[in-house]
Design a protein around this ligand. Structure first.
Ligand SMILES: Cc1cc2nc3c(=O)[nH]c(=O)nc-3n(C[C@H](O)[C@H](O)[C@H](O)COP(=O)(O)OP(=O)(O)OC[C@H]3O[C@@H](n4cnc5c(N)ncnc54)[C@H](O)[C@@H]3O)c2cc1C
Length: 287
């Protein structure tokens, strides 16, 4: 390669869709397992939990999507994507089949504070399909290389109905194994559902995890975030120790286009991960 020609930061790298898994009953959430077409691109794609990438479907466009697999899943990268009925890129992506080729650029954004989480109890609170990057973090913490670096891991995760819970077989595995306490809940039960029914913030209050030496990662729809903050504060989690990930419409992913800013912050570069304290300091209410 000619060293004088700058590398175009918008140039997507080719990846093949190795596997597609349908995650929910509504069939509008699919997990795409991608493998790089070129070894060099694979080696250069080093990400950490909480980051996102920009996926491109040729002829349709690009979309930022959080990375759902763990950095230690070294054979593939996974993304769980919701198809919007009016969504150009997400619909085009959902229409593809295994073996299709798409583009990827990134990884972008900051990450969850993994170093700060070491030696602490970690509380994960998730709702709906925003669970993706939390799932990446759980996989990372549970990996045999890492498990001893984190203390108790508690997960409270909810969806609207049993059919909308994602990563079901993995949730079952985590429920069975030691070293992680799982509290799965749904807003509305179903005939075949013997589990918990209740909103995530309500379950959080019931479980009441200790905030001592603990940090919490929270991701979900704005309404869930809004009603989760007060119970967390009441449990003693200070705003610095409540970490969340924000989503905004964005285009370039690299702080150039100015589409995703909130006050002085660019979600693509300063985020998407922010502490609740940082969010409180922004001039506009976010949830
Ligand atoms: C950092 C980050 C991480 C993300 N991670 C994921 C993920 O893991 N999985 C996932 O499914 N999606 C994720 N998203 C959202 C995803 O980028 C959008 O849903 C996608 O770009 C929509 O593209 P589209 O072309 O299908 O829709 P468009 O044709 O662009 O829009 C379709 C409709 O969706 C609305 N819309 C599109 N994007 C957004 C948005 N970000 N917020 C609110 N409304 C929007 C539009 O207003 C329009 O009504 C993430 C977004 C960001 C910024």
């Amino acid at each position: 390669m000619n060293a004088n020609i700058p590398i175009d930061p918008y140039l997507p790298k080719p990846v093949t869709i190795r596997k597609i898994s349908i995650e929910n009953e509504a069939r509008d959430l699919k997990t795409f397992e991608l493998v790089f077409c070129n070894k060099e691109d694979e080696e250069n794609f080093n990400f950490t939990c909480g980051q996102f990438a920009i996926l491109s479907v040729f002829g349709a466009g690009e979309s930022p999507i959080g990375i759902a697999s763990s950095p230690l899943d070294d054979e593939y990268i996974q993304f769980t994507v919701k198809r919007y009925s009016t969504g150009v890129v997400t619909t085009a992506l959902h229409n593809l089949e295994e073996g299709a080729r798409i583009g990827i650029r990134g990884p972008y954004g900051n990450s969850y504070p993994l170093k700060e989480m070491e030696g602490k109890n970690v509380l994960i609170v998730g709702g709906g399909f925003a669970f993706t990057t939390l799932r990446s973090t759980i996989r990372y913490m549970l990996h045999q290389k890492n498990r001893s670096r984190f203390k108790n891991i508690t997960v409270i995760y909810g969806a609207r109905s049993p059919g909308e819970l994602i990563y079901k077989s993995e949730l079952n595995e985590w429920e069975e194994r030691d070293g992680i306490d799982m509290y799965i809940t749904v807003d509305n039960g179903a005939d075949n559902w013997g589990g918990r029914v209740g909103f995530v913030p309500t379950v959080l209050k019931e479980v009441a995890p200790s905030s001592e030496n603990a940090i919490s990662l929270v991701c979900g729809p704005p309404i869930m975030l809004k009603y989760t903050m007060t119970p967390l504060i009441d449990l003693g989690f200070t705003p610095e120790r409540i970490i969340t990930s924000l989503e905004r419409r964005m285009s370039c992913g690299i702080g150039k286009c100015g589409r995703c800013n909130i006050s002085s912050k660019y979600i693509c570069q300063d985020g998407p991960v922010f502490s609740y304290k940082q969010i409180q300091e922004l001039s506009e209410p976010l949830f």
